[in-house]
Design a protein around this ligand. Structure first.
Ligand code: ATP
Length: 457
């Protein structure tokens, strides 16, 4: 069935996945807090990434680098010079807009690489209106740096100015030599990291799609120059298959390769993974061949030798880098959209249910223990205690069993375990499947293995 962003936002707020940030103070625009279910879903997404990109991958190792970095990092990476957006204000309603974005939203024109003059001329030529008030009167475009600035220490001198990182990648590049030396890895190898990034976005919005504080899951994969396009293909396929394995449907995902004129000047190949969100296709994941650009920049700026020495061939070179960069919140939103469903169970009685068909590995709770009667609480709690040593388990003894099933359907719990009066005698419980709603009777002693098998990923 069709789903709208509003339905998903409402479910998130109502069931405790995502709340508006600082709500009791009237909020803080475009900040979001992840509630009891949201934190589980988010953690499971990150764990699924860590599992496939680090734990099960023989090439990659992990890292957790600092958010605050020496500002020279941003000189080297180009963020202090070039990381800016073309901004203009509406002269009527005074709202601020990204010139590139209002063109793309207006008629889908790809404006990558356009100068401010070209953007400005196009807006005039097509008579593009202000998205907020419809006026056609804008200020000139100027560049605006997206990095959050703050001060380190007690004085607010410009020499103490530092930035919150706008991407996690640079923490990997500056540690390239440390990691290579301490792990004694040979190229090719990758370094994967999950962490917060901050961008002072001008036009955040669409729920958690574009926010100013977000988390990235980034891999920088170092390989020998000349093998980079092969590795680019490899990671492009690996990332796509990983999304499919989490039940992202192929028809909701498209891999858009950048045209040569759209590519960043240092990139040999880039593919945007786009997801079919309720508001249209939006970038989920960027996979790019960044050549030796970043390491070369850090060599120039730091004066340190970050070359790799291949002991078997006696060659020295600066590795090329393949970078798959994924936003946790964007995947979180895609997973919610993919899972959300309203099912008509009985047309005559107009009996509907909302159900979240999460992959069991991502579901916040793996199962819920439901005593049929409060008289059975003691025994049912024992089942809860044992299972919760292994998984996140919910416990609910309030209301009819039917209502309790529906509550679990709405939060995507794959299995409901009902403890009834027979259970006391036969040591068995009823296990209901979220998707098929079918029920089986299982010995309590087999529950753990049963769930373990279903959530395997
Ligand atoms: P966009 O064009 O949407 O601004 P981008 O091309 O600047 O994104 P990258 O710099 O390639 O994005 O960042 C890599 C990934 O980080 C993106 O694919 C996205 O998943 C995530 N990301 C980037 N900016 C944001 C943001 N403001 N909010 C949430 N996620 C983000």
């Amino acid at each position: 069935s069709e789903k709208t962003l509003d339905q998903i936002v409402a479910l998130c707020k109502g069931r405790g996945f995502v709340y508006p940030g600082s709500e009791i103070y009237g909020g803080l625009a475009n900040t979001w807090d992840y509630g009891p279910l949201g934190v589980e879903l988010k953690t499971n997404i990150k764990d699924a990434w860590r599992k496939k990109f680090i734990q099960e991958n023989k090439y990659n190792v992990g890292l957790d680098s600092a958010i605050l970095m020496n500002p020279q990092t941003w000189v080297a990476s180009g963020h202090l010079g070039g990381f800016s957006d073309p901004l203009m204000d509406c002269c009527e309603c005074k709202t601020r807009h990204r010139a590139d974005q209002i063109i793309e939203d207006f008629d889908g024109t790809n404006v990558a690489g356009w100068s401010n003059e070209e953007l400005s001329n196009y807006i005039k030529e097509k008579n593009i209106p202000c998205p907020n008030c419809g006026a056609h009167n804008f200020t000139d475009i100027r560049q605006f740096n997206l990095m959050f600035k703050t001060f380190q220490g007690v004085t607010e001198d410009s020499k103490d100015e530092i930035y919150l990182r706008p991407e996690t990648a640079q923490g990997i590049f500056v540690n390239f030599a440390n990691i290579q030396r301490t792990t004694r890895r040979k190229v090719p190898f990758g370094v994967a990291q999950i962490g917060k990034s901050f961008r002072n976005e001008i036009t955040p919005g669409k729920f958690i799609f574009r926010v100013r504080e977000f988390e990235q899951m980034e891999l920088e994969f170092f390989c020998k120059p000349g093998t980079d396009l092969e590795w680019f293909e490899y990671w492009r396929g690996f990332c796509r298959d990983w999304l499919y394995s989490l039940n992202i449907k192929p028809e909701n995902l498209r891999l858009r390769d950048h045209d040569p004129e759209e590519l960043c000047f240092y990139s040999k190949a880039t593919t945007d993974f786009e997801y079919n969100f309720p508001f249209g296709w939006g970038e989920l994941w960027g996979v790019a061949d960044r050549t030796d650009y970043d390491l070369t920049q850090h060599i120039k700026t730091s004066g340190k030798n970050l070359e790799y020495f291949d002991g078997t061939t006696n060659e020295r070179y600066i590795p090329y880098v393949i970078e798959p960069s994924l936003g946790v919140e964007r995947l979180f939103l895609a997973v919610l959209c993919e899972a959300y469903d309203e099912e008509m169970l009985d047309e005559e009685k107009n009996d509907k249910r909302i159900v979240m068909h999460f992959h069991p590995a991502l579901a916040p709770y793996k199962c819920a223990v439901l005593p049929l009667s409060k008289k059975l609480n003691e025994q049912a709690e024992e089942v809860f205690q044992n299972l919760s040593k292994k998984f996140m388990v919910d416990y609910d003894d309030a209301g009819s069993i039917g209502k309790r099933y529906r509550r679990q359907d709405e939060i995507g719990t794959p299995f409901c375990i009902t403890y009834d009066f027979d259970s006391v005698e036969d040591g068995c419980v009823t296990v209901r499947d979220r998707d098929t709603m079918e029920q089986v009777r299982l010995p309590i002693s087999e529950l753990e293995a049963f769930i373990e098998e279903k959530i395997a990923f």
